[in-house]
Unconditional design. Structure first.
Length: 183
């Protein structure tokens, strides 16, 4: 259920913010790549404090994606990408370290849409079930994705047929994560 995903994300982000309260993460300021995530003016090194920020307006990313792919998209992945503007957030799972992926600004939604379509077409070409990614493992480059039919969280290796079940739902997966400090 999508509200469970929203609640799990809210808990995770709140924990991330608390962990980074004394030293907020910084990113290089880019005036051509604006975001509500910027929390300060650039310092002398061009770095700016940032943090995840709740999205306030609905976007039509998934309606357009459903039209392009001619398929209904699982509500959990919609709830996930519609919740926060953010740079990737590092986390620790029982299986290892990972990065949760988010969108930085409305323009980043277009890049995400193209990448999700490419992922979907790659899965289709390999005759694999449709899935949508939301994270990646570190240091190995595996993809964390939601199976579009079941909503289960899968660990996928790009280009390989086999996927491993990681969690029965996205909310349950997020709830078992521990935020790590941004580098």
């Amino acid at each position: 259920m999508s509200s469970a995903v929203e609640q799990a994300l809210d808990r995770f982000v709140q924990s991330h913010l608390e962990q980074n309260a004394n030293q907020p993460p910084q990113i290089e300021f880019d005036s051509e790549w604006p975001s509500e995530c910027y929390q300060s003016q650039p310092n002398s090194d061009g770095q700016v404090d940032w943090q995840p920020v709740r999205q306030q307006q609905h976007n039509d990313l998934f309606e357009r994606l459903e039209q392009a792919l001619e398929v209904a998209i699982h509500p959990d992945i919609k709830a996930y990408y519609d919740r926060y503007w953010s740079d990737p957030l590092p986390a620790q799972s029982p299986e290892g370290q990972l990065n949760l992926l988010f969108v930085w600004n409305p323009e980043d939604l277009e890049r995400l849409r193209a990448n999700l379509i490419g992922h979907a077409l790659g899965r289709q070409r390999l005759k694999q079930p449709l899935s949508f990614f939301f994270g990646c493992t570190s240091p190995e480059e595996f993809v964390l994705a939601i199976d579009n039919d079941s909503g289960q969280v899968m660990l996928e290796q790009p280009g390989k047929r086999k996927s491993d079940l990681i969690a029965p739902s996205l909310a349950e997966f997020i709830d078992q994560l521990t935020p790590l400090a941004n580098q």
